[in-house]
Design a binder for this molecule. Sequence first.
Ligand SMILES: N[C@@H](CCC[C@H](N)C(=O)O)C(=O)O
Length: 281
Amino acid sequence: MMQQLPFRKYQALGNDYILIDSQHTCSLSEETIRAICHRTYGVGADGILLSFTGLRTVSIYNSDGSEAEKSGNGLRIFAYHLIKTAAVEGDHFTICCKAGVHAVYWDGQKVTINMGSMRSVFDIDSGWQPAPISKSLKPQSFNIDGKQFEFVAIDIGNPHCVVLNASLDDLQHYGPLIENHSYFKDRINVQFLHQWDQKAIGIGIWERGSGHTLSSGSSSCAAFYVAHHLGFCSDQVEVNMEGGQLDLRLVEDDIWMSGDVKLIASGTIYTDELALEAINE
Ligand SMILES: N[C@@H](CCC[C@H](N)C(=O)O)C(=O)O
């Protein structure tokens, strides 16, 4: 059935999302999501945020059509959208995604979100395990296509593999190989941690389901959490990515994230004009 879907397009540090705030029940097939996100046949985006007007809950989709439990930039965008459309009142409210409920603060310029904490940690021998009370993390290593990498994989609502000894030049080649490694049956987001000191860390990003992106909120949180617990940085840092910076701090083991969001376009998607056959080739 032909659908006309009003949308807004937002970007957060170069990580772009199409937000569909639907008045009616609306579900999108994987194929439709891929077509909308396609950079030439569609509107073009790293993902889609789907919500129902009046509700503070959002579903998050990657550009390959898969659903994600969480997105840091996606949540900031959704919160900013609720503020700018006057769907929420005041400067303090909560929003919900598949990974749970998140507190939001708005200071008139930036959205700050409680991104929560590490929920589980990956061990090569025993798989995903509940986060240890000690919060201690131990790097492990794997060999990918002839190259040895040190990594720590943690789940903070969505899964992340923080690689500790990789060069950004290797991201395009090894990113997809790590994303799809047999260790990670639900695939994984990948961060190449390439710079750190007490006040700042730098990461390159390969996202599960969306590939190379210019920034990622949940990736920043995972890389920060790992770097801090390995003693590489303090409990408050700037995370530098190709698309810009996020400010993160740990408060009682929860990661608070703040950063920019911009509304860049709005319009209507005509679903029966989407070139599904072209994107399937
Ligand atoms: N861009 C996001 C992460 C989106 C979800 C991720 N690709 C996944 O599949 O978990 C962010 O800003 O966190």
